[in-house]
Design a protein around this ligand. Sequence first.
Ligand code: GDP
Ligand code: MG
Length: 163
Amino acid sequence: MLPSVALVGRPNVGKSTLFNALTRSRDALVHDEPGVTRDRHYGVCRPDGQRAFVVVDTGGIAGEDQGLAGATARQARAAAEEADLVLFVVDGREGVSALDEEILAWLRKSGRPMLLVVNKTDGLDSRAALAEFARFGVADAHAVSASHRQGIGSLLEEIQGRL
Ligand code: GDP
Ligand code: MG
């Protein structure tokens, strides 16, 4: 069985765009409206000469426990719990949000191995973008631009080292 990596984060941070960059597919729904990916979505990343792994895209965790958003969040949590590694995706343009802090607290409680992925750093100073999230205290943090495919190679190396 292939190892699995789950993409978790609040809506609109670029999880589905990262899914596409990793799986080189247009499978995941990318949309400006939050919450477009409501179910778990599976793809396979096959990096050249490296170990293949399953990528699990999830709907955003929007903070509400009721209704559709709640169901989506429960799916995301289930995906994270089943994954060998969680990529906690945040938005480098918007900086830290209260919802990020909530998700981080939950991920810490789940005890799953985790990498922090600071996305949307195209046109930004990636060191400054990472510094914004330093207070999360996640040792392994990567600045990427999923839409511009920047930083994906070094993220893949880190993932390989953790699987
Ligand atoms: P999700 O809700 O977390 O799955 O986010 P999406 O992948 O659907 O992306 C939400 C929005 O952010 C879309 O308009 C994307 O085009 C945009 N986006 C995603 N990744 C990047 C990135 O690396 N840079 C920029 N500038 N925009 C991005
Ligand atoms: Mg999505």
